[in-house]
Design a protein around this ligand. Structure first.
Ligand code: HEC
Length: 278
């Protein structure tokens, strides 16, 4: 299995590109998009939000059927209920967010100049709880994924627009995320880019690899493999495990930086979360 995999991947490396360390985020974004446009000339830019289904017509029909009765519907309902349920102090999540938390998920993650940190939506949900005297939720599934699913649902159709301000702290987090994306890891010595850039559209075991462009647009995702819904950082951890690398902590600095880079690369695309996947 491992041998086969390596052979496929080496083949796929012809014509590889990577983003130079000293380039600006704008330069990186241009190259990243052009690569995807050239690799998938039949996929219009706006369709990359559909992950593997944007490049694999064979599985798309099946997925469209699933989307008619979406498995994440209950999660949206549960998320809405939790979102509106008052904390012990009588306040709700709405009090922590702009526009009462409606249709704002596309603004995340963002660089917060006050703390010098990048804030993801899930981090903001737990920060809201703590500010209101509640215990934080687990990061990867369950209530946090439900609340995030609801908040993303109200943001469907909004355009991803992550900013990397001209602040050395923001630039450093961006560079760290970019490095995470291109660094080889694990016993199989593979980077995110090896699968989702250089081999996107190719088959690996039973899966076709989705292109990196648009991968973030539909999270959190209901996966039949999980039997439930999970956050983006849960997926990052799963992908690290696939190459036998130890996953980082969800919402730790590594995955937060990765999410910052990864989401910036999808700027200009619509949010369409939550999604359903195998
Ligand atoms: C050995 C190959 C491999 C590597 C390396 C890998 N992944 Fe994946 N990844 C997969 C497979 C297989 C899937 C499931 C099919 C698909 O949607 O691409 C997947 C799915 C995903 C998805 C979900 C896509 C969707 O539409 O729901 C995301 C996001 C993702 N990977 C991100 C990453 C990131 C970030 C890294 C680096 C930390 C990474 N992957 C490394 C194989 C890989």
């Amino acid at each position: 299995m491992k041998k086969l995999l390596t052979a496929t991947l080496v083949l796929g490396l012809c014509g590889a590109f990577s983003l130079p360390a000293n380039a600006t985020p704008e330069d990186d974004l241009k190259k990243f998009r052009t690569w995807h446009e050239k690799r998938f000339p039949n996929t219009p830019f706006h369709d990359f939000i559909n992950g593997v289904y944007s490049v694999d017509p064979a599985s798309r029909a099946q997925w469209e059927e699933i989307e008619e009765f979406p498995p994440y519907e209950l999660n949206i309902e549960k998320g809405k209920e939790l979102f509106n349920k008052p904390f012990a102090n009588g306040k709700t999540y709405a009090s922590c967010f702009e526009n009462n938390g409606e249709a704002i998920a596309h603004r995340y993650p963002f660089f917060d100049a006050k703390s010098g940190k990048v804030i993801t939506l899930e981090a903001a949900i737990n920060a809201c709880r703590e500010a209101n005297g509640e215990k934080p939720l687990g990061w990867q599934k369950g209530a946090i994924a439900d609340i995030s699913a609801y908040m993303h649902y109200t943001s469907r159709g909004k355009i991803i627009n992550v900013e990397i301000p001209d602040d050395p702290r923001a630039q450093a987090i961006y560079e760290e995320g970019k490095q995470q994306f291109y660094a080889k890891r694990g016993q199989m010595n593979m980077a995110c880019a090896d699968c989702h850039i250089y081999n996107s559209g190719n088959k690996i075991r039973a899966d076709i690899l989705s292109p990196a462009l648009g991968q973030v647009s539909h999270f959190p995702v209901y996966r039949s493999k999980w039997g439930g819904i999970g956050t983006l950082h849960r997926r990052y951890g799963g992908c690290n495990k696939q190459v036998r690398a130890k996953p980082y902590k969800p919402q730790g600095p590594e995955y937060t930086a990765l999410e910052y880079f990864h989401t910036y690369m999808s700027n200009g695309l619509e949010m369409n979360g939550p999604g359903a996947r195998k």
